[in-house]
Design a protein around this ligand. Structure first.
Ligand SMILES: [Zn+2]
Length: 239
């Protein structure tokens, strides 16, 4: 039979471990939600980025078309002028201008083709980004909903365990609780059994005084609890 005080401590410790476990799970939820929200934001940003790229390329294409249009007009004027000139050198000068403008138009048209290819690629990228979000968004939203529900149920469970912890503390004297709390904040479990003369927490050897105090049938209500000489945990004898 375990000493009733040790039994009371073991019940409290069990509930405290459950409580800290729930607290840790609950604490992780906002981070998990934030990660899903970041994924959604990243997927939306990819769509916006692709859309901006597409718009920019379309603007460049329009500018090129305008440039091509004015070069063609210029060439048309040269050709008309060429019909009315009499002098050979003027005719040749205009011929040269026409050739230069023709080359410019060719170059601009080459650029336009390149941009049209880039526009095609940007459209594909935009469609892919949109499809990705469309495919994933319901999964993302379901995950956030699940996390929120989990947060609620963990919160309710924690409330229950907190009440259980409070109830488990009632039968233990304040002086004893202080000892336990001091150990519990740094090393859980705070109450461990001895394995022979070794502490069940740190596995180091304890003194024979501690062993005999732990093996005592009753715990003196005024005496200090037997604790491990090495790690300070409350130790008890369990056979
Ligand atoms: Zn120890």
């Amino acid at each position: 039979m375990l000493n009733p005080l040790i039994q009371a401590f073991l019940i409290l410790q069990d509930r405290d471990i459950k409580r800290t476990g729930l607290e840790a799970q609950l604490k992780a939820v906002p981070g998990d939600v934030a990660r899903v929200e970041q994924r959604i934001a990243a997927e939306k940003a990819a769509i916006d980025g692709a859309k901006a790229e597409l718009r920019e390329l379309e603007t460049r294409k329009k500018l090129l078309e305008t440039e091509i249009g004015s070069a063609e007009e210029k060439m048309g004027r040269y050709k008309t002028q060429q019909l009315s000139v009499r002098k050979n050198d003027e005719y040749q000068a205009l011929g040269h201008e026409i050739a230069t403008t023709q080359a410019q138009i060719g170059e601009l048209e080459g650029k336009e083709l390149e941009i049209m290819y880039l526009i095609d690629e940007a459209r594909k990228k935009f469609a892919a980004a949109e499809a990705e979000l469309k495919t994933n968004i319901s999964g993302h939203e379901a995950r956030i909903k699940m996390l929120r529900e989990r947060e609620t149920s963990l919160g309710a469970e924690l409330k229950g365990v907190q009440d259980q912890v409070a109830a488990a503390r009632v039968p233990i004297e304040a002086m004893r609780l202080r000892v336990y709390d001091r150990i519990a904040v740094r090393s859980m479990p705070a109450v461990v059994s001895l394995h022979g003369d070794k502490c069940g927490g740190c596995h180091l050897k304890v003194s024979s005084e501690v062993v005999s105090a732990a093996r005592g049938k009753t715990i003196d209500p005024l005496a200090a609890l037997p604790t491990c000489d090495q790690c300070g945990r409350i130790v008890y004898w369990d056979n």
